[in-house]
Structure formats: structure tokens, C-alpha cells
Design a protein around this ligand. Structure first.
Ligand SMILES: NC(=O)c1ccc[n+]([C@@H]2O[C@H](COP(=O)([O-])OP(=O)(O)OC[C@H]3O[C@@H](n4cnc5c(N)ncnc54)[C@H](OP(=O)(O)O)[C@@H]3O)[C@@H](O)[C@H]2O)c1
Length: 372
């Protein structure tokens, strides 16, 4: 018998309003349930997975409270709260998965879960190589690293050739999971002439500048942000703007772009709890500067994940991407599982550097916590 804890949706939230994290309030967004699962109850095709690690993604806001049904239907009352994670198979009635396999997939905010349709839940086996940490499969080998990979190799269409070297990049949300990989790809793979990296606070700026001599960090929380950004980049100097934040950072960032520059619209986190920020006031510059604005969803690139993963492994091995410092791990083992929702909400306060990972089991083995 396995004792499982699972967070489910208690009250349907509005996308525009913040979630209610007060578990004692009848209007709380989430509810923690606890029950026993018997491996004997598994039906044909099902697997029982014990959760080790949970990925924290800003987009979970959309998976829970939908804003666009083209992207996600949202979560229904009583359903598990969607989250990607890594776990180990405890029991299997599916020929494609064996007890002891490590898998990544939609494990939700759970300590253990029966998955009826592993393909629908995007469950894929992972085979850590010697020396790998399990959590790297959510950071340098996770979906946010894949997102960064496809931004450069597919959406910007860059290849490792002379003509693509020496460009100037502007990257917002630069100290986060997607951002830190983007900065390292720009510096170490595409030999950028300059990378202007926007993040909040001096600690993150110092970290970003430590990634390469060509990196200039700009703190968006500084009241002189706009002047500092223009000074760092110069008007009309940036070739590629990878935007993870949207809102006023997008508006100001556009001023630095060259005529015919490119904006990659990867995310718009500044508006996920403040929909009034989901506007693009400088849109006219798209016309006057003849800019290219490209949106993307990493899930569209699924077919090419294996080749991307191969390349990411090579980049980690040759130290173009630093795996050791690629995540902030937060302990939610045992009684601390109650903190899973508030750990996730820490993304919006910037508690992470690199990927924010919640450790549900195995904290002892997750040695490289924040700052090490
Ligand atoms: N299109 C896709 O397929 C795809 C895939 C993955 C992620 N994304 C998007 O990419 C973005 C980054 O995702 P991630 O997983 O890498 O998250 P993350 O950057 O690891 O975490 C979010 C970071 O955003 C910053 N932030 C939070 N609120 C902000 C605000 N109001 N203004 C400016 N910065 C703010 C915080 O850093 P500071 O301390 O610097 O504020 C925080 O650490 C998100 O918008 C996400 O939705 C898109």
C-alpha cells in the first residue's frame, strides 16, 4: 500500500486574480488530499509513479486557470493540479514501463499517482548517465532548456557558422530557467558580441555577468532601468530580443532593437498575475522598424526533442552549459509537501536562479542546492 498526497483544485480561479493560497479559507484555490493506493488496483495499461521532483513553470497558471483554450482547457474542480515532474515507477501494468524506471511526465502536484494513459500524460523514460544528477533532467535537460535550444536553432534559425557569430542579444527573465540557458548559448555557442541580460536584483546581475565577459546585466528593479538599458545596449543595436517577461520590459526593450531586428515572444510572466500588463504599447515599432515578432511553444518541437537532447548533452559535457548551478532546489519532503503551491508561486517573486525545482523525495541526494 502506498500513502499518496495529492493537491486538487478546490475552487475555480479567474485567470486575472491571484490564486488563494490560504488552505484554511473555504475559498482556497487548492486542497490537499491524502489516501492509500494499492498497486493491486492497477488496471491494464496503468502505471503507479512515485514523485521525486516537480518542475515549477510559470505556464502552470494557464494550465490551472485558462486564458486561451487553444493552449489549455484549464483544470476542473477536483482534478489534480498539473505539473511536470520526475518519478520512479512503483508498479506497472503497461508493457512499456517497468518497476524502477525513472520517468518524466505530467505527474501533477502529487507524492504518488496512477497514470492511466502514459502517452497522454507525456510520460517518457529517462536514463541518467553516470555523473548526472536526476534534477538535471528538469533543468539542463528539461523542457525549459529545450525551449532555449529551439529559440536559437529553430526560431532564430542560427547555426554555428561565422555569419551567425558576433550578434547582439537582449534577454529578459535572464536569470531564470529559460533565460540562463539562452545567455549561455549566446555567449558560449554563438559567440555573441554582447548579451544584455535583464533580471531583478544585484545578486542575479552579478551571477549573469559571471557567465561571460560580453554579458552586461541590467536590473529591472532599479528606478533608472530604462536609462541603464539604453546605456548598456544603445538604441537600434540589438539583433535578437528573447523576451520572457512582456509588459513594460518588452516596450522598453524594443527601443534597443535594430531596424529589421527580431523579437522572440517566449513568455510574458509580468502579466500572468497582472493581466493589465499583457499589452504591447510599443507595437508601432514593429511597423516602423520592420521587426519580426515570433511566438513559440516548445511543445510544437516535440518531434525534434531527441536531437535537441543529444546536443544539450554535448553542450553540458563540453561546459558550454553549466549543469551544476542550473537550478534552485526547494525541499518539500514529507510534512513540507504542504508548501508545494507556495514554492511554485515563488516564481513570481523571483526566488529562483535557473530552474526552480521542488524536491518531493530524495533531498539528501540533491546536493547542489541554491548558492553551492
Ligand atoms: N513558449 C514556450 O514554449 C515556453 C516554455 C517555457 C517557458 N516559457 C515562458 O518563459 C518565461 C520564463 O519561464 P521559466 O520557466 O524560465 O521561468 P523562470 O524564469 O525560471 O522564473 C520566472 C522568473 O521571472 C522573473 N519575474 C517574475 N515576475 C516578473 C516580473 N513581473 N517582471 C520581470 N521578471 C519577473 C523572476 O526573476 P527576477 O528575479 O529576475 O524577477 C523569476 O525568477 C515565462 O514567461 C514562461 O511562461 C515559455
Amino acid at each position: 500500500m502506498v500513502r499518496a498526497k495529492q493537491w486538487v483544485l478546490k475552487n475555480t480561479p479567474d485567470f486575472g486574480a491571484p490564486f488563494n493560497f490560504d488552505n484554511d479559507d473555504p475559498n482556497a484555490t487548492f486542497e490537499l488530499k491524502s489516501f492509500d493506493i494499492s498497486p493491486d488496483d492497477l488496471k491494464k495499461g496503468e502505471i503507479l509513479v512515485e514523485t521525486y521532483l516537480l518542475s515549477n513553470d510559470p505556464a502552470q497558471k494557464f494550465w490551472i486557470a485558462t486564458v486561451d483554450r487553444n493552449y489549455s482547457k484549464g483544470t476542473q474542480l477536483g482534478e489534480n493540479i498539473p505539473a511536470r515532474g520526475i518519478g520512479k515507477i512503483l508498479a506497472s501494468k503497461n508493457d512499456n514501463y517497468s518497476v524502477g524506471d525513472y520517468v518524466t511526465g505530467r505527474l501533477c502536484w502529487t507524492t504518488a499517482i496512477i497514470i492511466g494513459d502514459p502517452i497522454a500524460a507525456d510520460v517518457r523514460k529517462i536514463c541518467p548517465e553516470e555523473g548526472d544528477e536526476l534534477w538535471w533532467y528538469l533543468s539542463v535537460y528539461g523542457s525549459t532548456a529545450l525551449t532555449a535550444y529551439f529559440i536559437f536553432y529553430k526560431y532564430l534559425g542560427l547555426s554555428e557558422t561565422e555569419k551567425h557569430y558576433g550578434k547582439q542579444f537582449l534577454i529578459s527573465g535572464a536569470a531564470g530557467a529559460v533565460g540562463t540557458i539562452c545567455v549561455q548559448l549566446a555567449v558560449n555557442v554563438f559567440k555573441a558580441s554582447k548579451v544584455i541580460a535583464i533580471a531583478g536584483g544585484s545578486e542575479k546581475i552579478n551571477y549573469l555577468e559571471s557567465l561571460g565577459k560580453v554579458v552586461v546585466g541590467v536590473d529591472y528593479k532599479d528606478e533608472r532601468f530604462e536609462q541603464n538599458l539604453i546605456k548598456a545596449a544603445a538604441e537600434n543595436s540589438v539583433d535578437y530580443f528573447v523576451d520572457n517577461v512582456g509588459g513594460s520590459i518588452l516596450d522598453i526593450g524594443v527601443k534597443t532593437l535594430k531596424i529589421q531586428g527580431t523579437i522572440i515572444a517566449c513568455g510574458s510572466i509580468s502579466g500572468y498575475n497582472h493581466p493589465e500588463e499583457l499589452v504591447f504599447k510599443n507595437y508601432v515599432s514593429v511597423i516602423t522598424k520592420r521587426l519580426t515578432l515570433k511566438g513559440l511553444l516548445v511543445t510544437d518541437c516535440r518531434e525534434n526533442f531527441p536531437e535537441a537532447m543529444k546536443k544539450l548533452k554535448k553542450l553540458v559535457k563540453d561546459k558550454s552549459i553549466d549543469a551544476k548551478h542550473s537550478a534552485t532546489l526547494v525541499d518539500a519532503e514529507d510534512d513540507k509537501f504542504i508548501y508545494v503551491p507556495t514554492i511554485w508561486s515563488g516564481l513570481f517573486q523571483g526566488i529562483n536562479r535557473g530552474k526552480l525545482i521542488t524536491v518531493v523525495k530524495g533531498m539528501d541526494q540533491s546536493r547542489f542546492a541554491k548558492g553551492e
